[in-house]
Design a protein around this ligand. Sequence first.
Ligand SMILES: [Zn+2]
Length: 140
Amino acid sequence: MSVAVQPDIVGVVAQHVALRRSGDNYVGVCPFHAERTPSFFVFPGRQRWRCFGGCGISGYVSDFIARINSEPEPLPRKDEPAPGKRGMTITELAAGYGLSASFLYKLARANKLPGCRRLGWRFVCLREEFEDWIRAGGKD
Ligand SMILES: [Zn+2]
């Protein structure tokens, strides 16, 4: 019988949270919300943890590692096109940057819009190159 090797939950959590023993379990200040009274429990017997305070979240050691290592979500800027899209249409660029779509189409058709390439009947633009062009003053 093989046993999957898992890092011990107490050892892992203790790298991030000051734990003290409470009976069979451990308790500390929750690393996932602001609190003064410790309500973050680690249960070595079940290899689980749970916050009984503000966030109420729980999980296994892998969930703890994923959560403690995750970056906080950046707040979207309202003047920014939806993130995570590399290829954008000219309509999206125009709307996202408050520019005239017909002006951008004219430039793109004249091959003067950096990062924009014709793809079938439309143009697809690379946001990074477009942003460089905007920062440089939008000149060809
Ligand atoms: Zn919490």
